[in-house]
Structure formats: C-alpha cells, structure tokens
Design a protein. Structure first.
Length: 209
C-alpha cells in the first residue's frame, strides 16, 4: 500500500459489517487480511457518522502474549471508498490532534503501517527485502517534510530510554537508531512504541476537548 493513501487513527468508534457479520465499538482480531468491510465512522466533530468501505491490510493480535510486548489488538485498513466531505472531516480532525499535541500523528500512523506491511529491520534504513528500520519508516512517511520527521523523532525520543544525541538531542536520529538496533529488539517493540505516542496524542486531545 502506498504511503500516499489516507491513513487515520482507528481509535474512533465504528460500526462495521462484512460477510462475517456486523460489529460495533472497538474491534480486534475480528477480520482477516484482505477482508473488505463497510463501516460508519464516528468523527468527533458533532456531525453524523461517515460511511465508508475499506480493505483490511494488517491485523494486530490482541492475545495476552502479544499484549505483553506490543499495543492493543486491532487492524489497519485502506479506504477503498469514502466521500470527499468525510475525507475532509477526517483531515481536519487529524490536524486538530497534531495542533493540540504537537505530535505528527498521521506520519506515525503511516510509519507504523509500513512496518506491518513491509517488515522491520536493523542496522540499515531499508534492507534488500524492503523492510524498514524505525527511522527509515519515519523518513519514508515524512517524504520531503523534514520538519515533521524531526517532530516525530522529538515525540519518540524521550520515551525510548536512551540518551539523545550530544549535538542534536532527540531531534537527531541517533537515539532512535540506537534503540532500533539494540539486541533483542523486535518489530512488536517498535510498533508498540509508535502506538504509545499515537495514543498519547489522542489522549491529550480528548483531555483538552
């Protein structure tokens, strides 16, 4: 899936339906990769839920074992049909989150999904198989927007448990590289850290609402 595709937080309330049935609320481990779902997405702007269709592109386990090393279960989906007014509402919602929290939420979501879809690696920005390290995924998600890339590093850095660069602090990628390349690190750890910062941004926005 191209990083140009719109990606949004899945922590919004949804009503979902597919060939397997209809579901509401928070959904985890319900759908399989490739499933096409219809949904009504409750965007917290006071307007009615927005109808859409999406294809499930990855599923995160919510098993007890997985919860010990990664974030809550759930899934990533690519919109295959969404009306332009609803897309605009989602864009305004994301912008309001980023303005309130100073965290580049959409960039972090794209980076997280790249790690799910393309794989994760160490000691190189991207390996021959196409897998990304943490900073490689962030950089690819940022594209030409280097300030958003630095903001992503600043959001993650203080939560990595490693010192910042002596020259650039957490705005430099050194801390993220050391953390990504540490022995015993896994993709689950990296995805969980991204989810931690995304959830922090969403929580700050909810608290200020």
């Amino acid at each position: 899936m191209s990083s140009a595709q719109p990606r949004y937080p899945v922590s919004l309330r949804v009503a979902l339906s597919s060939g397997e049935g209809t579901f509401a609320g928070e959904v985890a481990d319900t759908f399989k990769n490739g499933a096409v779902i219809s949904a009504e997405l409750e965007i917290p702007d006071g307007d009615r839920p927005a109808p859409l269709e999406a294809k499930v592109v990855h599923v995160a386990s919510s098993s007890m074992e997985a919860r010990r090393s990664t974030s809550k279960g759930g899934f990533g989906a690519q919109f295959t049909r969404i009306e332009e007014p609803a897309r605009d509402r989602m864009q305004r919602y994301i912008e309001s989150i980023e303005h309130a929290s100073k965290i580049p939420v959409k960039l972090l979501i794209v980076a997280r999904d790249l790690l799910y879809e393309s794989g994760w690696t160490q000691l190189t920005e991207r390996d021959p198989q196409g897998s990304y390290c943490l900073t490689g995924a962030l950089s690819h998600a940022a594209g030409q927007d280097r300030q958003s890339y630095r903001n992503a590093l600043l959001s993650l850095g203080p939560r990595l448990g490693v010192p910042g660069c002596r020259f650039g602090g957490f705005a430099c990628h050194c801390a993220a590289l050391r953390w990504n390349d540490a022995e015993g690190r896994t993709r689950r750890h990296v995805v969980a850290k991204l989810d931690e910062v995304i959830e922090l941004a969403l929580g700050k926005t909810a608290a200020s609402a």
